[in-house]
Design a protein around this ligand. Sequence first.
Ligand code: 3PG
Length: 210
Amino acid sequence: MSDTDILDRLAAHRLVPVVVLDDAAHADPLAKALVAGGLPVAEVTFRTAAAPDAIRAMSARGDILVGAGTVLTPAQVDQAVAAGASYVVSPGTSRAVVERCQEHGILALPGAVTASEVMAALELGLTTVKFFPAGTSGGAAAVAALAAPFVGVGFVPTGGIGPGNLAEYLALASVRAVGGSWMVPRDLVNAGDLDGIRTLTAAAVALATG
Ligand code: 3PG
């Protein structure tokens, strides 16, 4: 898939579940629950050692777009690519991480919440950034202000977003999609509560498309 195809798919779904998996064995059932809830997308974060195996299990299904999240180093980019991730998300903009993504030909979605950070991403040839942490970086008003000078730049706000404020972000033309963990709470994932995850996911999809 080209970078444009991936960005188009994220924009079509409007939501990116941000997942923390303590056990890679939960990956396949979780993917199934997300697909059943109408949201075949997951950002699997490198906050746990289970991330590479979880990405591998989800990617092998073929019915869900799997990104690697919280990628902090070029070595993690290598691991994400080897596991089959379709794109790489970082909390901030690291030249080393973005360049390793470009060597692999995989889309990088780095974090940027200031004009300087957006300019750094543009200089690396990127046109879409993760606005993270959204809630404490000024929220939707800050995204709107930042989008004004950066015509054509896309934002994926993430962090502190939930059903109560999702609409504020999705209303902005510069917002391609919104990320969040509210539909995949870690305790439900660990408890294997797939019905709960499917229900939360379906509700999030209804809000995002409604
Ligand atoms: C992320 O890594 O993108 C965030 O931790 C997700 O933020 P949230 O848990 O506030 O949705």
